[in-house]
Write a protein that binds this ligand. Structure first.
Ligand code: S3P
Length: 433
């Protein structure tokens, strides 16, 4: 994949219309790759994420001894290491992927050996103290670089812990559970806000036993995992860009097939419905405990209304907030976002970049430490967008550009490939001009 900087011109659209099938969910693909690589036997996955982030996870797990066979058409086979990795002489390169670095650290902390994890410039700025704390409580030793990557883990047998996560983070929860999987005794993670539960569902699918209460999840180790075959559901966070694009065009019609609708991820559908979009879900089924269905969306004739996203909802929608904010000007009553301070430590400071780019398009926006107020009833004009090499900013402002006056130039458009390499081609397929 080329990482050279690219620009993309987004021309205004008249409507959004069509039917798409999207590549596999990034969160689920990471987990299936990591667990498949750790399990006993050969797993087979179809519709595996095409994003560079999941390729980083695969690359690291290969470096640790797993065998990966890329079969083409998004199908892969992974032969796992049967619970014991081989420390690699080279640093493990997590690229842009916080999920890879944080979740894999938990897996490695319980393994004998020394592991060094590195990432790109953006990942090397992101906070890693949040995994150091629980893993050191369990007895591992982590050396960070001023709280960031590069990080080195001295792994070995750990002790179980009862840990309350200070920030809502599925990555931190997963990190602790993957260490707990290999640790004598019961490890419990408590969270004030329920974050995505793909790890819990995937661990069970691979044969592990976990117990859950309303606000905690426990795993008793050591347990071994066995290979599975699975189809990865389409990525709802990628679908979000298309759902929001359709929602801002009255009379649009978009059908997205086989999308992951795990309730801990699907709050976007409720928010769009609150805004007035017409959404229906068809063909709902369960695959390895993950809900999958077809989503149909139509933009309301009267346009979108208004909504506030605060509290637990902000944590559940964390990856969708940039695109929701970017369509805020096209609503009648605006979009208010609070309790989303985590946005400042994602692949970029997403609060600052959303505000900067909305202003570049001529919008009024108020920035808060933990969110944004985007007033409605505004007209945007095309502008040059600084994506900050952040995939979700590049895609969010491509959506905003569809209803702007004039063309929008997305700088750093290649970053879309972090989660969704097909994004611009698929957008062209459904954007009527
Ligand atoms: C993810 C969890 C979220 C999300 C990220 C993927 C995951 O991060 O922003 O894109 O797959 O667990 P946090 O758990 O750190 O909030």
């Amino acid at each position: 994949m080329s990482t050279a900087a690219q620009e993309r011109l987004i021309r205004p659209a008249r409507n959004i219309y069509g039917s798409l099938r999207l590549p596999g969910d990034k969160s689920i693909s990471h987990r299936y790759a990591m667990l498949g690589a750790f399990a006993e036997g050969t797993s087979r996955f179809t519709n595996f994420s095409t994003g560079a982030d999941c390729a980083s996870t695969l690359g690291c797990m290969e470096a640790l001894g797993a065998k990966v066979n890329r079969l083409g058409n998004e199908a892969i086979e992974i032969t796992g290491v049967g619970g014991r990795v081989t420390p690699s002489a080279q640093p493990l390169d997590c690229g842009n992927s916080g999920s890879t670095m944080r979740m894999m650290s938990g897996l490695l902390a319980a393994q004998q050996g020394r592991f060094t994890l590195i990432g790109d410039e953006s990942l090397s700025r992101r906070p890693m103290g949040r995994i150091q704390k629980p893993l050191e409580q369990m007895g591992a030793r982590l050396t960070l670089t001023e709280g960031h990557a590069p990080l080195t883990i001295e792994g070995g047998p750990l002790n179980s812990i009862d840990y309350t996560t200070p920030v809502p983070s599925a990555q931190v929860k997963t990190c602790v559970l993957l260490a707990g999987l290999q640790t004598e005794g019961t490890t419990t993670v408590r969270e004030a806000v329920r974050t995505r539960d793909h790890s819990e569902l995937a661990l069970r699918a691979f044969g592990a036993t976990l117990t859950r209460t309303i606000d905690s999840i426990s795993i008793s180790g050591p347990q071994s995992l066995r290979a599975i075959e699975a189809a990865v559901p389409g990525d709802l966070s990628s679908a979000a860009f298309f759902l929001c694009a359709a929602a801002i065009f009255p009379g649009s019609g978009l059908v997205l097939d086989s999308i992951g609708l795990n309730p801990t991820r699907a709050a976007l559908l409720d928010v769009l419905t609150t805004l007035g979009a017409h959404i229906s879900v068809l063909n709902l089924e369960e695959k390895h405990a993950e809900l999958v269905g077809t989503v149909q969306v139509t933009g309301p004739a009267e346009g979108l209304g208004s909504t506030a996203i605060t509290g637990a909802l902000s944590a559940q929608l964390i990856d969708e907030l940039p695109v929701l904010a970017a369509i805020g000007p096209y609503t009648s009553g605006g979009i208010r976002i609070r309790d989303a301070k985590e946005l400042r430590v994602k692949e970029s400071d997403r609060i600052a970049l959303v505000a900067k780019n909305l202003r570049a398009m001529g919008a009024e926006v108020i920035e808060f430490e933990d969110g944004l107020d985007v007033p409605g009833g505004q007209t945007l004009h095309g502008a040059t967008i600084d994506s900050g090499s952040d995939h979700r900013i590049a895609m969010a402002f491509s959506v905003a550009g569809l209803r702007a006056e004039g063309d929008t130039l997305i700088q750093g458009a290649e970053s879309a490939a972090i989660s969704f390499p097909e994004f611009f081609d698929l957008l062209d397929r459904v954007a009527e001009r």
